[in-house]
Write a protein that binds this ligand. Structure first.
Ligand SMILES: [Zn+2]
Length: 153
């Protein structure tokens, strides 16, 4: 395998929330490194314009790459396992911070509390700089439902 390609694919899969790929790629990289394979250059970035990986312009060395890659892959594998094993795709180990995707409403303390309060469409958004989860609050949901029933009727 080319660990550099796997590393970049892992980052892409995380951004796309493709959890089965995240699990397989993280697992594959960990296995590769465990059996003596060299680590990816963790500072390399893909050049989407030309569609291939850039040569790393700088490096912090082999030991850094190995430790960073192992930590990142372990974390990614754990996260993917949590998402895939939960019936609602909610990684239970991630701190629950929730915002409404349509307004700035309320902040339930837990997933169960949010569901009980009538939140829907709760999803994990690791790319978000603000909250770990987004959903639709009860107020916005009733506006949505009123709008769609008016349109339907
Ligand atoms: Zn709302």
């Amino acid at each position: 395998m080319d660990p550099q390609v796997s590393w970049q694919e892992l980052i892409d899969a995380l951004q796309e929330l493709d959890w089965e790929r995240v699990r397989d790629l993280a697992d594959g990289l960990l296995h590769w490194m465990k059996h003596g394979g060299f680590p990816p250059e963790t500072l390399a970035v893909s050049q989407l314009v030309v569609g291939r990986l850039s040569e790393p312009t700088r490096s912090l060395g082999h030991d850094w790459n190995r430790n960073v890659a192992q930590a990142a892959c372990s974390y990614a594998l754990d996260l993917a396992t949590q998402v895939l094993q939960d019936p609602n795709g909610i990684p239970r180990g991630v701190p629950f911070t929730l915002s409404c995707s349509d307004c700035d409403s309320g902040h339930p303390e837990s997933y169960d509390e949010a569901v009980a309060a009538g939140w829907t469409d709760i999803r994990f958004v690791p790319q978000s700089m603000a909250e770990n989860f987004l959903g639709l609050c009860p107020e916005c949901r009733s506006v949505d439902e009123a709008t769609s029933s008016t349109t339907a009727g």
